[in-house]
Design a protein around this ligand. Structure first.
Ligand code: HOZ
Length: 429
């Protein structure tokens, strides 16, 4: 028995499924999850003394790779001052200034502890601001695990066969209208059928929880126009894409200004964090000056703020001649091209949507543009590919419906080696 197998056996006796978050459980790809003892740069070091090139990057946050010395030093310096104050402190202001400076639509921001908290608060705020109850979300988009949003959800909910979670009251689900992504007619019809009733529309502007899916040209602009026309709050969930697709997220790249934006992952530099930001007029509906309540003992935690500020500073300047986003896109293309070439050589149909440091590998001949087309991907073939990659030393997300993430630490030998391993894995399918 390996050390990972032994640990997992113990974990399963003590924790549901042996994990603290379902996406880690390997249930859709088979086998036992490996346990990690440390992580540096692009590499995970397992308790069984394996080294794996990591394309999960702690599910998004590690854009500079693992254990970056500057982020570590920032956490160390903050640790000297105290781990939590429960009072305002200077680093919160620095963080807020950075977010407001980088993310085009954000005028005010509230820090919280996870992306789930950010999206949960966003829809409460949209409801409080508009005095309406209904929310629109899109099938396959995953916005964390709060009740109103766990309907036709992606990520682990989809991977493990529960896109509509048990335990969500039917009365809550009735207030959530679920539509197909990339279908503007469906959104227009929903507004027509629910006049003055829709508080907000929430979406991942580039989906990352049903695999990686980009919107059709012009789709986001039409969503913006329709929401404005009907007085609904447009909420971009940029927990994954914020500071990853561009410093200012998808909204910067696509030049769309949402009303509210949810952030997380990268802005915590690897520590637990979330943030909700947006138009001051809407944000000021939050307590203590407005009637919409939201709170958190550890919100704006000084260690998380220090790590996040260091991570964001590195995205401005990490000492390299080339902008990090240009480097990340070059690495993403390299990986995508290697997979496409290998699949072509083997005669396997594959779609590899990629933008910058995000990508997915769908085994299907159907272009993937929504939940339904994502499900055409051959999940059994993905599982075999996943295992072959893992055996070769590459760790992809253990699900056919998750995005891959690249870090600046993948530059050079790591990406070349990963391309070789993935090419070989496809050749052996
Ligand atoms: N959004 C991430 C997965 N798609 C979250 C990771 C988790 O659920 O543990």
């Amino acid at each position: 028995m390996t050390t990972s197998e032994n640990l997992f056996a113990r974990a399963q006796q003590l924790m549901p499924g042996g994990v603290n978050s379902p996406v880690r459980a390997f249930r859709s790809v088979g086998g036992v999850p490996f346990f990690v003892k440390s992580a540096h740069g692009a590499t995970l070091h397992t308790v069984d003394d394996r080294e794996l090139i990591d394309f999960v990057c702690t599910w998004g946050p590690a854009i500079h790779g693992h254990n970056h010395p500057k982020i570590k030093a920032a956490i160390g310096a903050a640790l000297e001052l105290g781990t939590s104050f429960g009072t305002p402190h200077p680093a919160e202001v620095t963080m807020a200034e950075m977010i407001v400076r980088f993310v085009p639509s954000i005028q005010k921001v509230r820090m919280c502890n996870s992306g789930t908290e950010a999206t949960m608060t966003a829809i409460r705020l949209a409801r409080g601001f508009t005095r309406r109850d209904k929310i629109v979300k899109f099938s396959g988009c995953y916005h964390g695990h709060s009740d109103s949003l766990l309907i036709k959800a992606g990520s682990g909910a989809l991977t493990h066969g529960h896109p509509d979670s048990a335990g969500v009251p039917a009365a809550f689900a009735r207030e959530t209208i679920v539509l197909p992504f990339n279908d503007i007619a469906a959104l227009a019809a929903a507004f027509a059928a629910n006049p003055q009733l829709i508080a907000g529309v929430i979406l991942e502007p580039y989906c990352g929880n049903v695999g990686f899916i980009m919107p059709d040209a012009g789709y986001l602009a039409k969503v913006r126009a329709l929401t404005a026309q009907h007085g609904a709050v447009l909420i971009f969930d940029e927990v994954m894409t914020g500071f990853r697709i561009a410093r200012g997220g998808v909204q910067e790249r696509e030049q769309i200004v949402p009303d509210l934006t949810c952030l997380g992952k990268i802005i915590g530099g690897g520590l637990p964090v979330g943030a909700l930001g947006g138009r001051a007029e809407i944000m000021d509906y939050l307590a203590p000056i407005g009637p919409v309540y939201q709170a958190g003992t550890l919100s704006g935690n000084p260690l998380a703020m220090a790590a996040g500020i260091a991570a964001l500073r590195l995205l401005e300047d990490d000492g390299s001649d080339l902008d990090p986003y240009q480097r990340l896109d070059r690495l993403g293309r390299q990986l995508r091209d290697a997979v496409l070439a290998a699949a072509r050589a083997k005669g396997i149909a594959v779609q590899v949507p990629q933008c910058g440091a995000m990508f997915s590998i769908f085994f299907t001949d159907t272009p993937v543009r929504d939940y339904a087309t994502a499900l055409t991907s051959d999940a059994a073939l993905f599982a075999r590919f996943f295992r072959a990659c893992l055996d070769g030393g590459v760790y992809l997300a253990p699900s056919a419906y998750e995005a891959g993430f690249i870090s600046t630490a993948h530059d050079g030998a790591a990406i070349a080696r990963a391309c070789e391993i993935m090419t070989q894995a496809i050749a052996n399918l």
